[in-house]
Structure formats: structure tokens, C-alpha cells
Design a protein around this ligand. Structure first.
Ligand SMILES: [Zn+2]
Length: 239
């Protein structure tokens, strides 16, 4: 079974066809999107949910509103497989202090749930790695990670996961990650509707099957073996 560990299912037009043949984990960005992701888990057996607060969306919220969302995530702990999308984005906003404050609050208030955190770390890769190390978090997935190889090796050493996006077909950076990182630390993601292998096209979770083929070529492993190991990796952190 193939698992797309990170997508924005609430932003897709035809979810049913987009998730055909795969397990798709939808990630919420704010309260509205968290609600829609939960709804989709009721509608489709092969949809699973991560609930979160996107760093940029969080900047619009008061402390109380963030606490309420954290409470909402906690209330739904039995319906979710992870917490995300959370993280830092220093490209979209230079309000670093507030972003860091919110991220630390989310981790501290939810880490006892023992769920995996799915992390966005644009232009804040080092800061994210350091925060999760400092707070001794065991289960972390770095989604579409653009940090350097020193950080990538640290992620691997910490037993965390890197999820490889569909753009690996045209990204030397992600091809190098696949080559350098132990397959036991890899997962695949669509980030649908974004980051399609074919530039300009809307992405779908079912396309992650192509990423598995690329991994099998780079790793010189049989496709079935890649699928099996990646499924074990998924079970290890999400189940
Ligand atoms: Zn995303």
C-alpha cells in the first residue's frame, strides 16, 4: 500500500479520484481546513487526518485563538494520525519571534499525545531542527525539506523522517536526499494540489506512486521492496 503522508485534500476538486489507490493523509492549515479534513475522513476510508495551524495563518490569531485550536486538536486526538501542518516560514513572514513562540507552544501542549509532527520549515530549517531537538520530540516528519546536508544527516540521526515530494523528478536536491538518506527515514508526499511533478499542473495524492519508482531507481531496489519499507516507515510514525 502506498501512503501520501502530506496533502491538502480540502483544496482538491475531486478528492475521490485524486486519492484512488493510495492512503492519503490530509493536513489542516487553520480551523476551517482542520474541520474539512476531519469531514473527509468520515467520507473516505483511505483518508487520514493531521490537524495543525500553519505558521503564517497562526500570525493572524490571538493567543486565545491558538489555545482554542490546540484544544480542538486534543479533543480530536482519536480521529487523527498526526499534528500538522505546523512549523516556521521565514520566507513569507519575518515575524520570527512570534512564529517560534507559537510553534514551541503547540509542541509543548501536544507532545504528550505521542503523535507525529508534520513540519513546514521554509527558510527556517535549522531553527526547526533545533526546536524539535531541544524539546526532545521523537516522531517528526520534515515535509519538502530544503535544508543543507548537515541538517539532513541530523534528521536521520535523530530517527526522524524526510518526506520526498513529487518534484523529485526535476529537483537535484531531493534526488540527492534519496541517495544519501537511509530508506528507513524516507516517506513520500504530494503536498497536493501543489508541487506537481509536471510544472504548472495540479498535483494529486495518487501521483506519489511515481515518486516510489524514482526512489527505486536511485536506490537500485525493487519497487515492491521500496513500497514495503515506506509503508513500514509510515506505520512506525503515524500508527
Ligand atoms: Zn503542505
Amino acid at each position: 500500500m502506498i501512503v501520501d503522508v502530506h496533502s491538502h485534500l480540502d483544496l482538491l476538486e475531486d478528492v475521490k479520484s485524486a486519492i484512488k489507490g493510495v492512503i492519503a493523509i490530509g493536513s489542516g492549515l487553520d480551523h476551517e481546513s482542520n474541520l474539512r479534513i476531519l469531514e473527509l475522513t468520515n467520507k473516505f476510508e483511505n483518508v487520514k487526518a493531521c490537524l495543525g495551524v500553519y505558521p503564517i495563518d497562526a500570525l493572524k490569531l490571538t493567543d486565545e485563538e491558538i489555545d482554542e485550536e490546540i484544544y480542538f486538536i486534543r479533543e480530536n486526538k482519536d480521529k487523527i494520525v498526526g499534528i500538522g501542518e505546523i512549523g516556521l516560514d521565514f520566507k513569507e513572514s519575518d515575524n520570527k519571534e512570534r512564529q517560534v513562540e507559537v510553534l514551541i507552544k503547540i509542541i509543548k501542549k501536544l507532545r504528550d499525545l505521542d503523535k507525529v509532527f508534520v513540519v513546514h520549515s521554509r527558510r527556517a530549517e535549522k531553527e526547526c531542527v533545533e526546536i524539535f531537538e531541544k524539546l526532545k520530540v521523537k516522531k517528526v516528519v520534515f515535509h519538502c525539506f530544503h535544508g543543507n546536508f548537515k541538517l539532513i544527516k541530523r534528521i536521520e540521526k535523530n530517527g526522524w523522517m524526510l518526506s520526498i515530494p513529487c518534484i523529485v523528478n526535476r529537483s537535484e536536491h531531493f534526488q540527492k536526499i534519496v541517495e544519501a538518506v537511509d530508506i528507513k527515514n524516507l516517506l513520500v508526499e504530494s503536498d497536493a494540489p501543489f508541487l506537481c511533478a509536471e510544472a504548472g499542473k495540479r498535483n494529486e495524492p495518487r501521483f506519489v506512486g511515481d515518486t516510489l519508482k524514482i526512489i527505486s531507481t536511485i536506490k537500485k531496489m525493487k519497487l515492491e521492496a521500496v513500497e514495503e519499507i515506506l509503508f513500514e516507515n509510515y506505520e512506525k510514525v503515524f500508527c
